[in-house]
Design a protein around this ligand. Structure first.
Ligand code: HEM
Length: 336
Protein backbone atom coordinates (compact mmCIF):
# COMPACT_ATOMS: atom_id res chain seq x y z
CA UNK A 1 0.00 0.00 0.00
CA UNK A 2 1.32 3.44 -0.84
CA UNK A 3 0.86 6.39 1.43
CA UNK A 4 1.08 10.04 0.55
CA UNK A 5 3.52 11.78 2.83
CA UNK A 6 2.45 15.04 4.40
CA UNK A 7 4.40 17.82 2.76
CA UNK A 8 7.06 19.53 4.79
CA UNK A 9 6.23 23.16 5.37
CA UNK A 10 9.57 24.27 4.01
CA UNK A 11 10.37 23.89 0.35
CA UNK A 12 11.63 20.29 0.40
CA UNK A 13 9.24 17.38 0.34
CA UNK A 14 10.14 15.21 3.25
CA UNK A 15 7.93 13.74 5.87
CA UNK A 16 7.91 15.48 9.22
CA UNK A 17 6.67 13.05 11.78
CA UNK A 18 7.33 12.01 15.30
CA UNK A 19 5.56 10.29 18.14
CA UNK A 20 3.19 7.39 18.37
CA UNK A 21 1.69 7.63 14.92
CA UNK A 22 5.16 7.22 13.45
CA UNK A 23 5.71 4.19 15.67
CA UNK A 24 2.56 2.59 14.34
CA UNK A 25 3.62 3.15 10.76
CA UNK A 26 7.13 1.80 11.06
CA UNK A 27 6.43 -1.52 9.45
CA UNK A 28 4.39 -0.16 6.57
CA UNK A 29 5.85 0.68 3.16
CA UNK A 30 5.48 4.15 1.70
CA UNK A 31 6.65 6.35 -1.09
CA UNK A 32 9.46 8.68 -0.24
CA UNK A 33 9.03 12.13 -1.72
CA UNK A 34 12.20 14.17 -1.43
CA UNK A 35 13.28 15.86 -4.62
CA UNK A 36 15.92 13.30 -5.51
CA UNK A 37 14.03 10.10 -4.68
CA UNK A 38 10.73 8.63 -5.83
CA UNK A 39 11.10 5.11 -4.47
CA UNK A 40 8.78 3.01 -2.41
CA UNK A 41 10.60 1.70 0.65
CA UNK A 42 9.52 -0.89 3.09
CA UNK A 43 10.21 -0.19 6.75
CA UNK A 44 11.69 3.14 5.76
CA UNK A 45 11.41 5.90 8.27
CA UNK A 46 12.83 9.25 9.10
CA UNK A 47 13.56 10.32 12.61
CA UNK A 48 14.89 13.67 11.56
CA UNK A 49 12.38 16.44 11.32
CA UNK A 50 12.73 18.47 8.17
CA UNK A 51 12.79 22.12 9.05
CA UNK A 52 15.00 23.53 6.35
CA UNK A 53 15.84 22.73 2.81
CA UNK A 54 18.07 19.93 1.78
CA UNK A 55 19.47 18.77 5.10
CA UNK A 56 18.26 15.20 4.68
CA UNK A 57 19.01 13.18 1.59
CA UNK A 58 16.98 10.15 0.67
CA UNK A 59 19.24 7.27 -0.27
CA UNK A 60 17.96 3.80 -0.90
CA UNK A 61 20.95 2.49 1.08
CA UNK A 62 19.68 4.26 4.17
CA UNK A 63 16.12 3.36 3.37
CA UNK A 64 16.29 -0.37 3.97
CA UNK A 65 16.82 -0.51 7.73
CA UNK A 66 17.58 -3.56 9.78
CA UNK A 67 15.28 -4.92 12.46
CA UNK A 68 17.78 -3.83 15.14
CA UNK A 69 17.98 -0.31 13.70
CA UNK A 70 14.20 -0.20 13.59
CA UNK A 71 14.01 -1.19 17.26
CA UNK A 72 16.44 1.53 18.38
CA UNK A 73 14.69 4.10 16.23
CA UNK A 74 11.37 3.05 17.76
CA UNK A 75 12.88 3.71 21.18
CA UNK A 76 13.92 7.18 20.01
CA UNK A 77 10.44 7.88 18.65
CA UNK A 78 8.94 6.75 21.91
CA UNK A 79 11.23 9.22 23.72
CA UNK A 80 10.18 12.03 21.37
CA UNK A 81 6.53 11.18 21.88
CA UNK A 82 6.85 11.60 25.64
CA UNK A 83 9.09 14.68 25.48
CA UNK A 84 6.82 16.81 23.32
CA UNK A 85 3.31 17.70 24.32
CA UNK A 86 0.90 18.65 21.58
CA UNK A 87 -2.65 19.75 21.02
CA UNK A 88 -5.07 17.04 22.00
CA UNK A 89 -7.44 16.73 19.12
CA UNK A 90 -5.36 15.99 16.06
CA UNK A 91 -6.25 13.08 13.85
CA UNK A 92 -3.75 13.89 11.13
CA UNK A 93 0.03 14.43 11.26
CA UNK A 94 2.15 17.26 9.96
CA UNK A 95 1.31 20.93 9.47
CA UNK A 96 -2.44 21.49 9.19
CA UNK A 97 -4.18 24.47 7.61
CA UNK A 98 -6.01 26.67 10.08
CA UNK A 99 -9.45 27.07 8.59
CA UNK A 100 -13.20 27.30 9.03
CA UNK A 101 -14.74 27.68 12.49
CA UNK A 102 -11.47 26.95 14.27
CA UNK A 103 -9.76 29.79 12.40
CA UNK A 104 -12.63 32.15 13.17
CA UNK A 105 -12.47 31.27 16.88
CA UNK A 106 -8.69 31.76 17.01
CA UNK A 107 -8.87 35.13 15.25
CA UNK A 108 -11.64 36.25 17.60
CA UNK A 109 -9.56 35.14 20.60
CA UNK A 110 -6.62 37.25 19.38
CA UNK A 111 -8.81 40.28 18.73
CA UNK A 112 -10.17 40.00 22.28
CA UNK A 113 -6.75 39.57 23.90
CA UNK A 114 -4.50 41.90 21.91
CA UNK A 115 -4.93 45.44 20.66
CA UNK A 116 -2.66 46.82 17.95
CA UNK A 117 -0.22 48.12 20.58
CA UNK A 118 0.79 44.53 21.39
CA UNK A 119 1.80 43.83 17.79
CA UNK A 120 5.56 44.54 18.14
CA UNK A 121 6.06 42.33 21.18
CA UNK A 122 4.00 39.51 19.65
CA UNK A 123 6.08 39.51 16.48
CA UNK A 124 9.32 39.58 18.45
CA UNK A 125 8.09 36.73 20.65
CA UNK A 126 7.56 34.54 17.56
CA UNK A 127 11.13 35.21 16.43
CA UNK A 128 12.64 34.45 19.83
CA UNK A 129 10.69 31.21 20.16
CA UNK A 130 11.71 29.89 16.73
CA UNK A 131 15.26 31.27 16.49
CA UNK A 132 16.72 28.86 19.04
CA UNK A 133 16.72 26.27 16.26
CA UNK A 134 20.02 25.00 14.89
CA UNK A 135 19.96 22.66 11.91
CA UNK A 136 23.19 20.82 12.73
CA UNK A 137 22.18 20.13 16.33
CA UNK A 138 18.62 19.27 15.26
CA UNK A 139 17.09 20.94 18.29
CA UNK A 140 15.44 24.19 19.38
CA UNK A 141 12.79 25.94 17.34
CA UNK A 142 9.12 26.88 17.26
CA UNK A 143 7.93 24.92 20.28
CA UNK A 144 6.83 27.49 22.90
CA UNK A 145 10.00 26.85 24.90
CA UNK A 146 10.37 30.64 25.14
CA UNK A 147 8.02 30.39 28.17
CA UNK A 148 10.94 28.80 30.07
CA UNK A 149 13.51 31.30 28.79
CA UNK A 150 12.37 34.69 30.07
CA UNK A 151 15.35 35.00 32.43
CA UNK A 152 17.69 35.18 29.42
CA UNK A 153 18.83 38.76 28.71
CA UNK A 154 17.73 38.63 25.07
CA UNK A 155 14.16 37.87 26.18
CA UNK A 156 13.75 40.88 28.46
CA UNK A 157 10.28 42.35 27.98
CA UNK A 158 8.85 39.37 26.11
CA UNK A 159 6.75 38.14 29.04
CA UNK A 160 4.26 40.83 28.04
CA UNK A 161 3.77 38.98 24.77
CA UNK A 162 3.53 35.60 26.49
CA UNK A 163 0.71 36.90 28.71
CA UNK A 164 -1.25 37.70 25.56
CA UNK A 165 -0.71 34.14 24.32
CA UNK A 166 -1.94 32.75 27.64
CA UNK A 167 -5.00 34.99 27.42
CA UNK A 168 -5.72 33.80 23.88
CA UNK A 169 -5.53 30.17 25.06
CA UNK A 170 -7.92 31.08 27.86
CA UNK A 171 -10.28 32.76 25.39
CA UNK A 172 -10.40 29.56 23.34
CA UNK A 173 -11.91 27.57 26.21
CA UNK A 174 -15.41 26.42 25.35
CA UNK A 175 -14.98 27.26 21.64
CA UNK A 176 -14.55 24.85 18.72
CA UNK A 177 -10.84 25.67 18.80
CA UNK A 178 -10.27 24.40 22.35
CA UNK A 179 -7.56 21.73 22.30
CA UNK A 180 -6.90 22.27 18.59
CA UNK A 181 -3.94 24.63 18.84
CA UNK A 182 -0.78 24.40 20.95
CA UNK A 183 1.00 27.29 22.64
CA UNK A 184 3.67 27.03 19.94
CA UNK A 185 0.93 27.46 17.32
CA UNK A 186 -0.46 30.51 19.12
CA UNK A 187 3.00 32.14 19.30
CA UNK A 188 3.44 31.62 15.54
CA UNK A 189 -0.11 32.81 14.85
CA UNK A 190 0.43 35.80 17.17
CA UNK A 191 3.27 37.11 15.01
CA UNK A 192 1.15 36.74 11.88
CA UNK A 193 -1.75 38.47 13.63
CA UNK A 194 0.64 41.31 14.57
CA UNK A 195 1.71 41.75 10.95
CA UNK A 196 -1.81 41.79 9.51
CA UNK A 197 -3.31 44.03 12.21
CA UNK A 198 -0.64 46.67 11.48
CA UNK A 199 -1.31 46.70 7.74
CA UNK A 200 1.10 44.00 6.57
CA UNK A 201 0.33 40.86 4.59
CA UNK A 202 -2.07 38.16 5.74
CA UNK A 203 0.11 35.11 6.39
CA UNK A 204 -1.46 31.65 6.51
CA UNK A 205 0.44 29.95 9.30
CA UNK A 206 -0.26 26.22 9.64
CA UNK A 207 -0.94 24.63 13.03
CA UNK A 208 0.03 21.34 14.68
CA UNK A 209 3.29 22.21 16.51
CA UNK A 210 4.06 20.31 19.67
CA UNK A 211 5.01 22.24 22.79
CA UNK A 212 8.36 21.52 24.43
CA UNK A 213 8.42 20.78 28.15
CA UNK A 214 11.68 22.62 28.88
CA UNK A 215 13.98 25.39 27.66
CA UNK A 216 15.89 25.18 24.37
CA UNK A 217 19.70 25.54 24.25
CA UNK A 218 20.94 29.06 25.08
CA UNK A 219 23.03 31.50 23.00
CA UNK A 220 21.32 30.90 19.68
CA UNK A 221 19.70 34.34 19.22
CA UNK A 222 21.73 36.90 17.22
CA UNK A 223 23.22 39.73 19.30
CA UNK A 224 22.71 43.30 18.10
CA UNK A 225 26.50 43.76 18.06
CA UNK A 226 27.09 41.15 15.34
CA UNK A 227 28.64 42.04 11.98
CA UNK A 228 26.61 41.46 8.82
CA UNK A 229 28.61 38.32 8.08
CA UNK A 230 28.02 36.97 11.60
CA UNK A 231 24.30 37.71 11.26
CA UNK A 232 24.22 35.81 7.98
CA UNK A 233 26.02 32.86 9.56
CA UNK A 234 23.68 32.91 12.55
CA UNK A 235 20.64 32.74 10.25
CA UNK A 236 22.31 30.18 8.00
CA UNK A 237 22.77 27.88 11.01
CA UNK A 238 18.99 27.98 11.41
CA UNK A 239 18.44 27.19 7.74
CA UNK A 240 17.66 30.79 6.73
CA UNK A 241 19.33 32.53 3.78
CA UNK A 242 20.70 36.09 3.52
CA UNK A 243 17.56 37.08 1.60
CA UNK A 244 15.38 35.63 4.37
CA UNK A 245 17.49 37.47 6.98
CA UNK A 246 16.74 40.71 5.17
CA UNK A 247 13.04 39.97 4.64
CA UNK A 248 12.55 39.00 8.30
CA UNK A 249 14.57 41.95 9.61
CA UNK A 250 11.88 44.13 8.04
CA UNK A 251 9.94 43.25 11.21
CA UNK A 252 11.89 46.11 12.79
CA UNK A 253 9.56 48.46 11.00
CA UNK A 254 7.35 47.73 14.05
CA UNK A 255 8.43 49.08 17.43
CA UNK A 256 10.30 52.15 18.54
CA UNK A 257 13.54 51.98 16.60
CA UNK A 258 12.53 54.86 14.38
CA UNK A 259 11.68 53.12 11.12
CA UNK A 260 8.50 55.10 10.48
CA UNK A 261 5.23 54.62 12.39
CA UNK A 262 5.86 52.07 15.20
CA UNK A 263 2.53 50.37 14.56
CA UNK A 264 2.54 50.30 10.76
CA UNK A 265 4.03 47.32 8.96
CA UNK A 266 5.50 48.71 5.75
CA UNK A 267 8.81 48.91 3.86
CA UNK A 268 10.07 52.08 5.59
CA UNK A 269 12.78 49.94 7.27
CA UNK A 270 14.52 49.38 3.92
CA UNK A 271 14.18 53.01 2.81
CA UNK A 272 15.84 54.08 6.06
CA UNK A 273 18.62 51.49 5.69
CA UNK A 274 19.53 53.06 2.33
CA UNK A 275 19.26 56.65 3.65
CA UNK A 276 21.38 55.92 6.77
CA UNK A 277 20.06 58.76 8.97
CA UNK A 278 22.42 57.59 11.74
CA UNK A 279 25.34 58.87 9.60
CA UNK A 280 23.76 62.27 8.94
CA UNK A 281 25.36 64.96 11.20
CA UNK A 282 22.46 67.34 10.51
CA UNK A 283 19.94 64.81 11.85
CA UNK A 284 20.13 65.13 15.64
CA UNK A 285 17.81 62.16 16.19
CA UNK A 286 19.43 60.07 13.47
CA UNK A 287 21.71 58.14 15.81
CA UNK A 288 18.64 56.84 17.65
CA UNK A 289 17.30 55.10 14.56
CA UNK A 290 17.87 51.36 14.22
CA UNK A 291 20.14 48.88 16.00
CA UNK A 292 23.84 48.34 15.20
CA UNK A 293 22.73 45.04 13.62
CA UNK A 294 20.46 47.00 11.26
CA UNK A 295 23.17 49.55 10.40
CA UNK A 296 25.63 46.93 9.14
CA UNK A 297 23.22 45.34 6.64
CA UNK A 298 23.22 47.86 3.74
CA UNK A 299 27.03 47.66 3.38
CA UNK A 300 27.02 43.89 3.01
CA UNK A 301 27.14 42.78 -0.63
CA UNK A 302 24.97 39.69 0.02
CA UNK A 303 22.31 41.69 1.88
CA UNK A 304 22.25 44.87 -0.19
CA UNK A 305 20.33 43.55 -3.24
CA UNK A 306 17.27 42.49 -1.20
CA UNK A 307 17.32 45.78 0.73
CA UNK A 308 17.24 47.70 -2.56
CA UNK A 309 14.42 45.53 -3.89
CA UNK A 310 12.23 45.86 -0.80
CA UNK A 311 12.86 49.62 -0.53
CA UNK A 312 11.12 50.18 -3.88
CA UNK A 313 8.71 47.23 -3.97
CA UNK A 314 6.55 46.85 -0.86
CA UNK A 315 4.44 44.10 -2.43
CA UNK A 316 7.53 42.01 -3.01
CA UNK A 317 8.59 42.62 0.60
CA UNK A 318 5.15 41.49 1.84
CA UNK A 319 5.29 38.37 -0.30
CA UNK A 320 8.84 37.43 0.74
CA UNK A 321 8.22 38.27 4.38
CA UNK A 322 5.18 35.96 4.41
CA UNK A 323 7.17 33.07 2.95
CA UNK A 324 10.13 33.62 5.29
CA UNK A 325 7.86 34.01 8.31
CA UNK A 326 6.08 30.74 7.55
CA UNK A 327 9.45 29.06 7.29
CA UNK A 328 10.77 30.70 10.46
CA UNK A 329 7.76 29.54 12.47
CA UNK A 330 8.31 25.96 11.28
CA UNK A 331 11.98 25.80 12.28
CA UNK A 332 12.62 22.74 14.41
CA UNK A 333 8.90 22.18 14.92
CA UNK A 334 7.68 18.67 15.78
CA UNK A 335 4.25 18.25 14.31
CA UNK A 336 1.35 16.39 15.84
C1 HEM B 1 18.67 40.05 12.62
C2 HEM B 1 18.88 39.90 13.90
C3 HEM B 1 18.08 40.60 14.95
C4 HEM B 1 18.56 41.25 16.03
C5 HEM B 1 20.04 41.39 16.41
C6 HEM B 1 17.44 41.79 16.75
C7 HEM B 1 17.52 42.51 17.93
C8 HEM B 1 16.49 43.24 18.48
C9 HEM B 1 16.60 44.07 19.65
C10 HEM B 1 17.87 44.26 20.49
C11 HEM B 1 15.40 44.65 19.85
C12 HEM B 1 15.00 45.60 20.97
C13 HEM B 1 15.15 47.00 20.48
C14 HEM B 1 14.80 47.99 21.58
O1 HEM B 1 13.61 48.25 21.76
O2 HEM B 1 15.69 48.49 22.20
C15 HEM B 1 14.51 44.17 18.80
C16 HEM B 1 13.21 44.56 18.64
C17 HEM B 1 12.33 43.93 17.80
N1 HEM B 1 12.61 42.85 17.00
FE1 HEM B 1 14.45 42.18 16.53
N2 HEM B 1 16.30 41.47 16.09
C18 HEM B 1 16.63 40.71 15.00
C19 HEM B 1 15.74 40.14 14.09
C20 HEM B 1 14.38 40.15 14.25
C21 HEM B 1 13.44 39.34 13.51
C22 HEM B 1 13.84 38.30 12.47
C23 HEM B 1 12.20 39.66 13.94
C24 HEM B 1 10.87 39.09 13.54
C25 HEM B 1 10.63 38.43 12.44
C26 HEM B 1 12.34 40.72 14.92
C27 HEM B 1 11.31 41.39 15.52
C28 HEM B 1 11.47 42.47 16.37
C29 HEM B 1 10.39 43.38 16.76
C30 HEM B 1 8.96 43.34 16.24
C31 HEM B 1 10.93 44.29 17.66
C32 HEM B 1 10.21 45.43 18.39
C33 HEM B 1 9.71 44.90 19.70
C34 HEM B 1 9.01 45.90 20.56
O3 HEM B 1 9.08 47.10 20.30
O4 HEM B 1 8.36 45.47 21.54
N3 HEM B 1 13.68 40.96 15.10
N4 HEM B 1 15.21 43.31 18.00
Amino acid sequence: MLETMPQCSSSCHLEARSGLAALQRLARPFTCLPKQCKRTHSAHQRLVHCSSEGHIECSSARAGISRRAAMSQMAMLSFLATTFRGPRAYAAEGPQALQGDVKAAVMQAFRKAADKGKAPVLLRLAFHDAATHEVSAGDGGANASVQYEFSRPENTGLKRGWRVIEQVMQNLKGTVAEGRVSYADLIALGGAYAVSVTGGPVIDVPIGRRDAASADPADRLPAETLSAEALRLNFEAKGLSAQELIALSGAHTLGNKGFGDPLTFDNQYYKSLLQKPWEDPTNTMGSMIGLPSDHVLPDDSKCRPSIETYAVDQQRFFQDFGAAYTKMTSLGARWS
